[in-house]
Design a protein around this ligand. Structure first.
Ligand SMILES: [Zn+2]
Length: 249
C-alpha cells in the first residue's frame, strides 16, 4: 500500500450513539425502530480498509453531517430531515428542537465534524496535491416513506456522483468493477451526490468525491445481524478502495 495516497473515507451514518443529555428531547416512542432503519449499520467496519477514515461519532438522529447546515439550502428540511431532524423516517414527530438548541447541536457536532473533514482534505492536498473523498453508506432494501425516490426496484450498489467533483472515469471504473463482481449497480439511484466540504465545493477541482452505497440486504438481516454475505461485501469494498488508493481510474 502506498503511504501517501489521496483517499479519505467518510462514514457519516454508522453510529447509533445518542448522548445522554439529548435523550430527553425525543418525543417518538419508536426510537429503537428509527435507529434500526436509519443507521448505516456496520459501515464503519465495512469501509475500514486501511485508508484514512473520518467517521461521525454520534447518531444521525442527533445531527446529520451529510446535509447542508442551513435549512434554506437543504431540500430534505421540507420533510423535517435537514441537518437536525425533527421527523422520523415515516413522517411522525421525532423530537422537539428549539432554534437555540438546534444551533448548539450544530456547533457541538456538525461544525466540529466538518472541520475535521476539511482539515483531513487540506492535509491530503498538501501531501498529494489532490484528494479523493469516498463517501461510504448503506441503504434500506425498500424505500422508506421519507425518501424522495420511492421506486421499489433498488440496485445492490449505488454510486453517487457530483457533476463537478466526480470525474467520469472514476464513476465508470467503480460501476464496471461492481458489475464485474456480480452486483446490480445504479448511478445516483436511489441516492445521489457525494460529500465535499463547503470550503472546496465547486471551487477546488483538486478535490474529488464519489459515494458508494451498499444495499444492506447484501450483508445484514432485519435483526441487525451480519449475514453470510458480509465478508464478500467487505472484501469487495476493500479491493475497490485499494484501486482508488493506487489511482487506477
Ligand atoms: Zn448514509
Amino acid at each position: 500500500m502506498q503511504k501517501n495516497d489521496p483517499v479519505i473515507i467518510h462514514v457519516p451514518h454508522a453510529s447509533t450513539l445518542i448522548p445522554k443529555e439529548e435523550r430527553r428531547h425525543f418525543v417518538t416512542c419508536e426510537l429503537e425502530r428509527e435507529l434500526a432503519v436509519m443507521t448505516d449499520h456496520y459501515c464503519d467496519d465495512l469501509y475500514d480498509t486501511g485508508a484514512e477514515m473520518v467517521r461521525f461519532p454520534i447518531s444521525r438522529l442527533i445531527c446529520d453531517p451529510e446535509r447542508f447546515r442551513d435549512d434554506a439550502d437543504e431540500s430534505m428540511s421540507e420533510v423535517g430531515m435537514g441537518a437536525v431532524y425533527t421527523k422520523c423516517s415515516d413522517g411522525t414527530p421525532l423530537k422537539n428542537v428549539t432554534k437555540r438548541h438546534r444551533e448548539e447541536i450544530l456547533r457541538t457536532y456538525y461544525d466540529v465534524h466538518h472541520k475535521r473533514l476539511e482539515d483531513a482534505v487540506l492535509r491530503k492536498l498538501e501531501e498529494c496535491g489532490t484528494c479523493l473523498i469516498l463517501d461510504g453508506h448503506s441503504f434500506y432494501e425498500k424505500a422508506l416513506p421519507y425518501e424522495p425516490d420511492q421506486r421499489q426496484m433498488r440496485p445492490e450498489i449505488c454510486i453517487g456522483t457530483d457533476e463537478v467533483h466526480t470525474p467520469k472515469p472514476l464513476a465508470d471504473m467503480l460501476c464496471a468493477y461492481f458489475l464485474h463482481k456480480g452486483y446490480t449497480v445504479a448511478v445516483n439511484r436511489p441516492f445521489a451526490g457525494a460529500i465535499v466540504p463547503l470550503r472546496f465545493y465547486r471551487t477546488d477541482p483538486r478535490v474529488h468525491a464519489v459515494m458508494i452505497e451498499v444495499n444492506r440486504g447484501l450483508y445484514m438481516d432485519h435483526d441487525l445481524r451480519k449475514t453470510e454475505g458480509y465478508e464478500r461485501v467487505r472484501q469487495d469494498l476493500a479491493e475497490a478502495v485499494e484501486m482508488l488508493r493506487e489511482g487506477k481510474w
